[in-house]
Design a protein around this ligand. Structure first.
Ligand code: ADP
Ligand code: MG
Length: 489
């Protein structure tokens, strides 16, 4: 790689993080097709320069992936950079073409608007998309020994943190990887975005391939199935299509909810399913909703999807989030202090991809500034990401509201004086400060009358326990949280 003087000392590290972020956003095949041959030329505080081997690739990235690149740069560096894409090595004189990007449809079923990837090339062949390779999928791909899909090395069982929300799905996926087509067939996993569905599908693939590298795995996104089917219909090549999708030891289709409202493709998938199922092959599907909630999914598919095991994945609880955050930071070679991990776990709860993004961004921000990872740094790195309403809650607002509500003065809460009523109001204020401001126990203790962090921790845990056992407390706390978050008093 070319190193220029201007770049950040950690530019290579940061570039890898940017690539990892892009990879997490794209379907694997697209990532391989469009980003594998991109190299870093330079990275400084105003500009990211990357190189690609040909004009076609440059134009394609410019037209379709500039936004993705920008987003990932911002995600990792917490700042926007100018992005320059340069053609390096042997410049090609080909006329740049995007191939036919016009949508085609099968009875109104259109290809996804994003550029479809060309199938990933076999080992040893040039992976660059030549001008003649239109974005339609070739129907027969010679793959040699390698599978024609890319698995993210991180998406293994050993990197998957198990908690109450995903325990069932994890156990079922593990069982399938250990003895396919015996226990749960089909395995249908559903849950909202960023909760680990793709991770589990790929973990199954990794395990199967580790055990037997010759396992014939069909791993694809539903989008690929649809696009491929449409191409097959257009090209009158259904035999090849069926030959491909009906022969394998296991088929894993990610995001099967994309079958919604796609009648013809549903019909085709129904036959694919039956053929494989009858041949006692394992079928694994992931979806953002349970079978019966996929819009206009044919009843016969709904019922088949429920034949085996349907496992829901729910958002991770606090402890699981903490474990995930620590693990992800460690995977990037950094240990996060507890208060930083807590801050992130409290502010990101619904989507593990976002949690991961927050860790990445915090770590990247620290690298960029050459500073240690502290709570205030994390807060600074997250300032544009965390909803301002959640962030804008101040100590003063909390103290004022709690004091008013208890007919006390703010000074009562800060003072040493201790009646039962004041003590509880103070604990409530500490709890709310911890929950809503992102400040550490220490900082809160310091602010609320110079108290020790253990006092704040004790208060926090006490209120937390009361919330579970006392409905009145819950009502009061919920009301406070809502009023503070929404800025109304
Ligand atoms: P989905 O397919 O459900 O949208 P992904 O499988 O792409 O979600 O997961 C999003 C990100 O979160 C991935 O980087 C994945 O590794 C990570 N992730 C999800 N669940 C877990 C988990 N339980 N433990 C560790 N990482 C996880
Ligand atoms: Mg996914």
């Amino acid at each position: 790689m070319i190193v220029t003087e201007e770049q950040f000392p950690e530019s290579e590290f940061l570039w890898k993080q940017i690539l990892a972020d892009i990879r997490s956003k794209l379907n694997r095949q697209r990532f391989e097709t469009w980003f594998r041959r991109v190299t870093l030329l330079g990275l400084d505080e105003s500009k990211l320069r990357i190189g690609v081997p040909n004009v076609f690739l440059r134009n394609w990235l410019q037209d379709y992936y500039l936004e993705t690149l920008k987003e990932s740069v911002e995600q990792v560096l917490s700042q926007a950079l100018l992005i320059e894409i340069e053609v390096i090595d042997a410049p090609e004189t080909e006329s740049s073409t995007n191939g036919s990007s016009s949508d085609t449809s099968v009875h109104g079923e259109s290809r996804s608007a994003a550029p479809a990837p060309s199938a990933s090339p076999g080992p040893g062949t040039s992976p660059s998309p030549s001008p003649s390779s239109s974005p339609t999928l070739p129907l027969t791909v010679e793959r040699g020994r390698q599978p024609d899909f890319h698995l993210n090395d991180q998406y293994k069982f050993e990197n998957f943190v198990v908690g109450p929300g995903n325990r069932l799905a994890h156990a079922a996926a593990l069982a399938v990887s250990e003895s396919p087509a015996t226990v749960y067939n089909p395995l249908f996993m559903h849950g909202s975005v960023g909760l680990g569905k793709t991770h589990l599908l790929q973990a199954i693939c990794h395990t199967l391939l580790e055990r037997n590298p010759n396992t014939r795995i069909l791993y694809l996104s539903c989008e690929e199935f649809i696009n491929h089917f449409i191409s097959a219909v257009e090209n009158g090549d259904l035999d090849a299509f069926r030959n491909r999708y009906r022969h394998g030891d296991i088929i894993l289709v990610d995001d099967i909810h994309f079958l919604a409202n796609k009648e013809r493709t549903q019909e085709e998938f129904f036959h694919t399913f039956n053929t494989l199922y009858n041949a006692k092959k394992q079928i694994v599907l992931s979806s953002d909703s349970p079978p019966k909630e996929i819009p206009s999914l044919q009843d016969r598919l709904v019922s088949r999807f429920k034949w085996g095991m349907v496992a829901e994945i729910e958002p991770p609880d606090y402890e699981t989030r903490m474990a995930i955050i620590k693990k992800k930071a460690k995977a990037r070679g950094r240990d996060l202090p507890d208060d930083v991990a807590q801050f992130l776990a409290e502010n990101f709860s619904q989507n593990i991809r976002e949690i991961e993004g927050a860790v990445l961004k915090t770590v990247g921000y620290a690298s960029l500034n050459g500073s240690p990872i502290t709570l205030s740094l994390a807060r600074e790195a997250m300032k544009d990401v965390i909803a301002p309403s959640a962030n804008a809650v101040t100590f003063d607002a909390i103290l004022q509201m709690v004091a008013e509500d208890h007919d006390l003065k703010i000074s009562d809460l800060l003072a040493r004086r201790r009646t039962k009523q004041i003590a509880f109001a103070r604990q409530l204020a500490m709890y709310l400060a911890r929950k809503l401001t992102g400040h550490s126990y220490e900082e809160i203790g310091g602010y609320i009358g110079g108290r020790d962090h253990t006092t704040v921790l004790y208060a926090y845990e006490k209120v937390q326990k009361l919330l579970e056992t006392d409905d009145n407390v819950r009502v009061v706390v919920d009301r406070f949280v809502n009023r503070l978050r929404n800025g109304s008093s």
